[in-house]
Design a binder for this molecule. Structure first.
Ligand code: SF4
Ligand code: SF4
Length: 687
């Protein structure tokens, strides 16, 4: 007997036609759902993401194939998702082969599903079917484990004020429908094999063979038709359900990863002239780009950004997941796009809610530290959590709806070029503590221009560290100078606070001063300035080679110019600044330096790209944080203390030094942890 199988086993013609009709209706519902989404995205602004299409396509394919973004930080979820993904893909290909073979090739006299092809086809589909079911069970068990991010509770509203049961229902339908489809596929196979009299070649379908053994041929023959229809109807419901539910992530997330902007958040978009005529920030859904609108739809509600967010951990009302989901709900309402499983609210919404203020409340918007942890954590390439918050902050700034302290800081920067409100002439006052004179690169050439930054220049608690940097660089023979009163706030945090006009003014002023100065490269101790000079100044005509001082110190050490003569016998932990590690991927230079100095480095659970913010970024350093349940810096210090063995907390950012020195005191850990800047260790190791 030739190994093969009958597709519509014992089906009268009328049932076959009925199946094609149902399949047609399911496909129409599917296409219509995605057409509505396409129409929605067409209403967004251009996002300029069609360059290098093939490269983008292949890169997204590689991420999806390896499930690398899901594996990251959660190996259990990554493995389960990998099983589901590849199980689904292989079963889909198998179903497509059956359809092509039966509905097209047979009319050409070709039959694929026979002989050894059929045998291999059978065993491969059985193996991947088992993996598929296993992955789904792992996910169901994980969700039943009650991880906090899966209860969908909001950080900003009492439970009585909203209802998100639709989200949980959607999750359950998605997982259980797929599981039932997978299991029923095996049941049909077993019933068919049993009804066909257990032909020996069907042992190539091992799972089906085992199920077949449970039935006698007559019962199997009767049950086969019903189980076939049960399976087929579930598959058709699933196809129709995809664009209106969580299942849409299977398709949209590929596109989302493909059109991802790797510079999002690191380099914020300028406000177009067209937008400036309306507002500096986003006020209508049509102000968002099509990619931003797609981001809102791509969210799987996995909650990774929610648990990574320092603002959320600090007890503020902000959750990046909820920002994305609220924007999704609002965009669907504005564009009248169908959404079957959605959240609802107890209070009626305003007739024309403002996005900044009503859809996303001002206290949520101002809670963000712009740490980028949400962007880094998101497995599906959503990288507009932070941009959305900044674009909405721009609207608030324009309306003057902000913290008084922030308003003062911005006014100071506008008046004096620094957030401390001190005279420009005081910027380099710290140099009076040196017994040598630092070059003024506006007047004499130097190899390096040191962009000192506001905190390192003006903050009395930081100035001693600034002096040490100058001394170490001088001892290492670095030819450097500074801009003295010519330097202005770099603008990184001003921009992220939403004051785009002031940022542009600072960037242009600094670039003009740089252009009149004589240097080859820049270094800075401030990761925030490092980010904006490196990533954002080029758009304003300023292209520079820039080092963070940790990178320059390592280079000097490797070149033999910076010698460590004393081995440091400390047990330390190191805190990666968000704007250095996560924004710019520089995690190794400080670690290599620490290693070179002989200290023992004990890593905190959250380190490198997964570091936890100090809470100062995005202008938060200028805002009141007294209402937080626990400051992010305090959470971080407790994380370090919990290591047990580390007694030094090493930083390489002036704001970090200030934030964590304070947090060590407020958490009562002064006797257990000492905060040090890496320059203090370097100076000590130099002997
Ligand atoms: S940037 Fe940081 S603080 Fe802001 S929403 Fe994302 S994770 Fe939260
Ligand atoms: S935005 Fe990304 S990380 Fe956050 S819940 Fe959605 S899919 Fe998960």
């Amino acid at each position: 007997m030739e190994p093969t199988r009958e597709i519509y086993r014992n089906f009268p013609d009328i049932l076959q036609y009925a199946f094609y009709l149902i399949a047609f209706l399911a496909c129409v519902t599917f296409i219509y759902g995605f057409y509505r989404k396409y129409k929605k995205y067409r209403k967004g602004k251009d996002a300029n993401r069609f360059n290098n299409l093939l490269k983008r396509f292949l890169k997204a394919g590689a991420i999806m194939g390896k499930n690398s973004t899901v594996f990251k930080r959660d190996h259990y979820a990554g493995f389960a998702h990998w099983l589901i993904f590849w199980g689904f893909v292989v079963l889909l290909i198998g179903t497509a082969i059956v359809a092509i073979d039966h509905d097209f090739l047979r009319f050409l006299g070709i039959h694929l599903l026979e002989g050894s092809f059929y045998l291999w086809f059978s065993v491969i589909l059985d193996v991947f079917g088992v993996l598929f079911i296993l992955g789904l069970i792992m996910m169901i068990v994980r969700r039943a484990g009650g991880k906090p991010q899966f209860d969908y509770s909001r950080s900003d509203l009492d439970a009585a004020k909203y209802n998100r049961k639709g989200y949980s229902t959607d999750d359950k339908i998605f997982l259980w429908l797929l599981l039932l489809i997978g299991i029923s596929g095996f049941v049909i196979e077993g019933l068919r094999i049993s009804a066909d009299g257990m032909p020996a070649f069907e042992q190539w379908s091992p799972v089906g063979w085992m199920i077949a053994d449970l039935f006698n041929a007559d019962t199997a023959n009767t049950l086969h038709l019903y189980s076939w229809w049960g399976h087929a109807v579930m598959v058709m419901i699933f196809i129709a359900y995809i664009p209106y539910s969580k299942a849409m992530h299977m398709l949209i997330d590929y596109a989302n990863l493909m059109f991802k902007d790797d510079m999002a958040a690191k380099k914020l978009a300028r406000v177009s002239e067209e937008q400036q005529d309306i507002s500096m920030g986003y006020v209508a859904m049509t102000d968002f780009t099509w990619k931003e609108l797609m981001d809102f739809d791509a969210c799987t509600k996995c909650g990774r950004c929610h648990v990574a967010c320092p603002a959320n951990a600090a007890g503020t009302p902000l959750s990046p997941r909820d920002v994305i989901l609220d924007m999704r709900s609002h965009s669907n309402e504005c564009f009248n796009t169908s959404e079957w499983f959605k959240q609802s609210f107890a209070e009626a919404k305003k007739e024309k809610p403002s996005i900044a203020g009503d859809v996303i409340s001002t206290d949520r918007l101002w809670s963000c530290t712009t740490c980028m942890a949400c962007v880094e954590a998101c497995p599906v390439g959503i990288n507009h959590h932070l941009d959305t918050i900044v674009n909405l902050r721009r609207t608030l700034v324009e309306e003057g709806d902000m913290d008084d302290m922030l308003q003062d800081a911005l006014a100071n920067i506008g008046d004096y070029g620094n957030s401390f409100g001190q005279s420009e002439r005081m910027r380099a006052k710290w140099t009076s503590k040196l017994d040598f004179k630092i070059k003024d690169v506006r007047k004499e050439p130097a190899e390096f221009m040191w962009f000192v930054g506001d905190f390192a220049s003006y903050d009395a608690g930081i100035q001693d560290l600034t002096v040490k940097v100058a001394e170490v660089m001088t001892k290492a023979g670095v030819d450097f100078g500074i801009l003295y009163e010519g330097e202005k706030n770099s603008g990184n945090d001003i921009r992220r606070a939403g004051e785009e006009g002031l940022f542009e003014m600072m960037a242009e002023d600094n670039i003009e001063t740089f252009s009149l100065s004589k240097f080859k490269e820049i270094f800075t101790t401030d990761p925030h300035s490092y980010n904006t000079i490196k990533n954002e100044y080029p758009e304003f005509g300023g292209n520079y080679a820039i080092y963070h001082y940790s990178g320059l110190l390592l280079r000097l050490h490797e070149e033999g110019k910076l010698k460590f003569t004393k081995k440091l016998d400390y047990k330390v932990t190191y805190h990666d600044p968000c704007y250095l590690g996560r924004y710019n991927g520089e995690t190794e230079a400080p670690r290599k330096l620490l290693e070179a100095m002989g200290v023992e480095l004990i890593e905190m659970p959250r380190c490198k790209e997964n570091s936890f913010c100090c809470g100062a970024g995005g202008g938060r350093v200028w805002m009141d944080d007294s209402k937080m349940e626990e400051r992010p810096s305090e959470i971080r210090i407790k994380e370090a203390v919990a290591l047990g063995s580390a007694d030094h907390f090493i930083v390489c950012c002036p704001k970090d030094y200030s934030m964590f020195s304070d947090a060590v005191k407020t958490t009562g850990n002064e006797d257990r942890m000492e905060v040090k800047d890496i320059i203090q260790l370097v100076e000590e190791a130099m002997g």
